[in-house]
Design a protein around this ligand. Sequence first.
Ligand code: FES
Ligand code: FES
Length: 183
Amino acid sequence: MSIVTKPITLHLNGKTVGPVPVPEGIMMVDFLHEYLNLTGSRLGCGQGVCHACVVILDKPDGSSEEVRSCITGAHYFEGKKVRTVEGVGQQNEKGELVGMSPIQQKFLEHFSFQCGYCTPGFVNGATVLLERLKREPVARADVERTISSALEGHICRCTGYVRYFEAVKEVVLGTPGLVKEGA
Ligand code: FES
Ligand code: FES
């Protein structure tokens, strides 16, 4: 029996990738790992529950969203813009990675993770949250609830979540424009 392949082309971490012929029905996480050697997106449950595997989909309207790469086929991303944890750090004007993002930096400072298996998912989830707050700032009174609800799908078996939460809160409160003035 031969495997049926279908080419895929997408915009990944700022660069065009493809066309790459991959098996029809291959999941995005397997495409990233096996074809592109991008292993930062973690395969945890493999069933859409833990969110360790999320990648960021950049939509044409300028918004971004998390997509679980373990239950989403690679071809869903055909022609789309995607970021993985390998592509969310600070970049220079040439698009080269030059350092950690504010979220990555704060996770490090707070010792937010232990084994780190869930961390790429938390990084991407928090990144999407910050990008949403840039477009839609929240009142100060709603910051804690907003963070909890944005990250509640992410499962960590090690840390108890408090340090992740505190790190994200520090970035949200310390970044101008994410919290409504005087609200
Ligand atoms: S590995 Fe994708 S949600 Fe758990
Ligand atoms: S740090 Fe180990 S699962 Fe979260």
